[in-house]
Design a protein around this ligand. Structure first.
Ligand code: AKG
Length: 347
């Protein structure tokens, strides 16, 4: 129900349904703030160093920040501005877009899976399907105008979200080539294997929270897709990544994008690359926005460890499955249960 949206009201107290039991709270004072996830400069003149840096990051952290990635800084700024504008829309306007049905291709929702979860999360989000654009963009919210699609030749603010989607997709495919190379596979292995991929976007809005110690924006989870490209609010941190059993705060770097390996690349790499637990925490002073773009395998393609990686020594860690099967399993569970990929192990 739309009255569950938290971006439509000011909250002086955290409602009981958002309060985590003591043992599940974020323990913000234990978070490592000085550490960093790896940073890869895609403009490095040595392409082999870029590939090696990406491979290392995927194996050790499952996360890295990219610089000089080709997505224009102005477009990133405009995307975040459009996102803030969207969440400032009046409650009645937002209520028309509300749905808690994960099958819907365009929906404004809240928390994670309100139909299943017992404790809610301090997040509202707009979920959009983005590929092919001509199929989905006409159904995007009519307000603010930057969410709607114009013909590609027509330069206006309404192009912002669709242009952002196009740029991010191209970056994702560039990263796929580097990831394939780093695994010793053909350059186009990942892209070809995952089929004509879907692309989804989650525009995450985390309002100011009266009690950040007691709740999450998003609790620890891994991403069910193949690759995630995250545009973070430049002013407010909130993303944390699990590394060697401790939570590392990811501080926004000017014009960087954050990349993470999803469950499907962990499977395809036979466990060499890691889809790592991450979470979003909230804060008392300022709202925060993030825009996550997910590249998702084609629904009916068979996914499993690359034959070359299996033949070279280690047996297949995961069985083959379709992405449709995986995605259904992911959404049938709570976000903070065991790694969904564990359910697809061979032994
Ligand atoms: O807001 C963030 O920093 C993380 C978002 C995220 O993990 C997600 O959308 O899956």
């Amino acid at each position: 129900m739309a009255d569950q949206l938290i971006s439509t009201a000011v909250h002086d107290e955290l409602p009981e349904s958002y309060v985590r039991p003591e043992s599940q709270r974020p323990r913000l004072d234990e978070v490592v703030s000085g550490a960093q996830i790896p940073v890869v400069d895609l403009a490095d003149p040595d392409p082999a160093a870029v590939v090696a840096g990406i491979g290392e990051a995927c194996a050790t952290h499952g996360f890295f920040q990219v610089l000089n990635h080709g997505v224009p800084a102005e477009l990133m700024g405009a995307m975040l501005a459009a996102a803030y504008e969207f969440f400032r829309l009046p409650a009645e306007e937002k209520a028309k877009l509300y749905s808690d049905d994960p099958a819907k291709k365009m929906r404004l929702s809240t928390s994670f899976n309100v139909r299943k979860e017992t404790v809610h999360n301090w997040r509202d989000y707009l979920r959009l399907h983005c590929h092919p654009l001509h199929k989905y963009a006409p159904d995007w919210p009519a307000n603010p105008p930057s969410f709607r699609c114009c013909p590609p030749t027509h330069h206006c603010t309404r192009e912002v979200v669709s242009s952002y989607c196009t740029e991010v997709r191209a970056l994702g495919f560039r990263l796929y080539a580097a990831i394939s190379q780093s695994l010793g596979l053909e350059d186009d292995y990942v892209k070809k294997t995952l089929g004509d991929q879907e692309q989804h976007m989650a525009v995450n809005f985390y309002p100011r929270c009266p009690a950040p110690e007691l709740t999450y924006g998003l609790p620890a989870h891994t991403d069910p897709n193949a690759l995630t490209i995250l545009l973070m609010d430049q002013q407010v941190a909130g993303l944390q990544v699990l590394h060697h059993g401790r939570w590392i705060a990811v501080n926004p770097r000017p014009n960087a994008l954050v990349i993470n390996i999803g469950d499907q690349l962990q499977a395809l790499s036979n466990g060499r690359y890691r889809s790592v637990w991450h979470r979003a925490v909230v804060n008392a002073d300022r709202p925060r926005m993030s825009v996550a773009s997910f590249l998702c395998p084609c629904n009916d393609v068979l996914i499993g460890p690359a034959a070359k990686l299996v033949a070279e020594g280690s047996p297949a860690v995961y069985r083959d499955y379709t992405y449709a099967e995986y995605y259904a399993k992911f959404w049938s569970r709570n976000l903070d249960q065991e790694h969904c990929l564990e359910l697809f192990r061979t032994a």
